[in-house]
Design a protein around this ligand. Structure first.
Ligand code: SF4
Length: 438
């Protein structure tokens, strides 16, 4: 084969993607992709069809998402330097997918008192973190305003630290214990220094799906109420979906359409974070229920999720985050070709996915996140929680050596597996004292 004929085939391949007509290569999804590229809103039916894309449809699907990503956020790949503080794993709920939680008499139940939360937050600040992400189990016997007091204590100790904390499920729990409305509780959190809310506890926002995988959990209606109340107060939030278990393509498309409707009303979402179900240690996987339970998304299902979410949320939610925690850095990096533009956080103490059997460690250094972005020919940018650009790293020669990049032994931060085994911070001991506010 000559050089000319090679070049001809390459041209044909590229023009069959987004640069030119894609009716042949895109197959049945081509009209949907054309609609997205020309600013049309992709419907639930169309989104479901995109989730079912296969074969020759895949290239154009991913290329369309990548094109839209470039239009909205350009070539920057963002990340945030943050630390997770999951201050207890003891929980009154029993979600079928959750391997993190323990009952209140379990030996592995832990509870970090306020001073330990503050120690971790101060250490995070010394390591260059701009955010602490505070989420935990729903501890029985907790004092209703504990989340508010935790915020206040962190903010008093570290006024410049952004607190990204408390899922809608925790807002519901705290407000119920305190005897106030969602809005009143959120206002108290805000007054105490809460910056943004994680849009977790969403899983799939369809009640029949939730009833299968996490009966008794916050309802779709309540989740939407909490999020809208937060946005109404000016507390922005992320948005998430946990997928790869029992949901259908249509369920995923409906979830995205609901997030889009909320965003059209409030504008409060900063990002969308698809989270692949980690099944290895999940209670429902061990029990083999519900029927039809899948063992997390496949590689291409993960890429399709990034692509379809980029396409369906186009014009409304500008940032799509890959999860190195769930997918591992390798697949997360490839997700940057499928519509995603954000690598999430350094985390420092990843616990929840680790408990569920994820094998990707508890932290990524800023240098490793920058390397992932650069290998894709993109520019790494450190961002704040609400996506303000803090530092752009166009030239690798000028990269700083951040404190977190100099850490040689990451075990110094304490792993989740250490935390559930060590004698310090046992929930049982704390619970006997009958106080969960300190
Ligand atoms: S997902 Fe959250 S609410 Fe459900 S059991 Fe786990 S810690 Fe508790």
């Amino acid at each position: 084969m000559t050089e000319t004929s090679n070049a001809g085939q390459l041209e044909t391949l590229l023009s069959a993607q987004v640069g030119g007509p894609m009716s042949s290569a895109g197959g049945a999804v081509a009209p949907i992709l054309e609609k997205a590229l020309t600013g049309g809103e992709v419907s639930v039916e169309e989104g479901a069809r995109l989730f079912d894309a296969s074969g020759a449809e895949l290239g154009p699907l991913l290329a369309t998402a990548d094109r839209l990503r470039g239009e909205v956020v350009g070539e920057a790949v963002t990340y945030v330097v943050n630390r997770n503080i999951n201050f207890t794993n003891v929980c009154v709920q029993h979600c079928g997918f959750c391997a993190f939680s323990r009952g209140h008499v379990a030996d592995e139940g832990y509870y970090l008192p306020v001073e330990e939360v503050l120690r971790r937050a101060r250490e995070a600040a010394e390591l260059g973190a701009t955010e602490v992400c505070v989420q935990a189990g729903l501890a029985p016997g907790m004092e209703g305003w504990h989340y508010v007091e935790l915020c206040r204590a962190i903010k008093e100790a570290l006024p410049g630290m952004h607190i990204h904390g408390f899922s809608p499920e925790e807002v519901k729990y705290g407000s119920r214990l305190a005897g106030v409305s969602f809005a009143e509780y959120l206002a108290a959190l805000q007054e105490a220094g809460l910056g943004t809310l994680p849009g977790t506890a969403a899983e799939v926002l369809l009640q029949p799906v939730r009833d299968l995988i996490s009966p008794g959990r916050i309802t779709v209606e309540e989740w939407v109420q909490v999020i809208k109340a937060a946005h109404g107060l000016g507390i922005r939030s992320s948005s998430t979906m946990m997928y790869g278990h029992v949901e259908s393509s249509r369920d995923k498309a409906e979830h995205l359409a609901l997030l889009r409707r909320i965003q059209q009303e409030t504008g409060g979402f900063t990002e969308f974070v698809p989270l692949g179900f980690i099944w290895e240690e999940a209670p429902m996987a061990r029990k083999r229920t519900p029927e039809g339970l899948r063992h997390g998304p496949s590689g291409i299902e993960t890429l399709k999720m990034y692509a379809v979410s980029r396409i369906m949320l186009h014009g409304w939610i500008p940032n799509i985050q890959v999860s190195w925690v769930k997918e591992g850095p390798k697949l997360a990096q490839v997700g940057l070709l499928a519509g995603a533009n954000d690598l999430g956080g350094t985390l420092i103490n990843e616990s929840i996915s680790t408990a569920a059997g994820a094998q990707h460690g508890q932290l990524q250094t800023p240098a490793s996140l920058r390397a992932l972005a650069r290998e894709m020919g993109r520019t790494p940018v450190e961002r704040g929680t609400t996506y303000e650009h803090l530092r752009s790293f166009a030239d690798p020669a000028e990269d700083p050596l951040d404190p977190l990049d100099q850490v040689e032994d990451t075990t110094q931060f304490g792993s989740y597996h250490d935390l559930i085994k060590q004698s310090e911070h046992r929930f049982k001991a704390h619970y006997k004292k009958g106080a969960h506010s300190g």
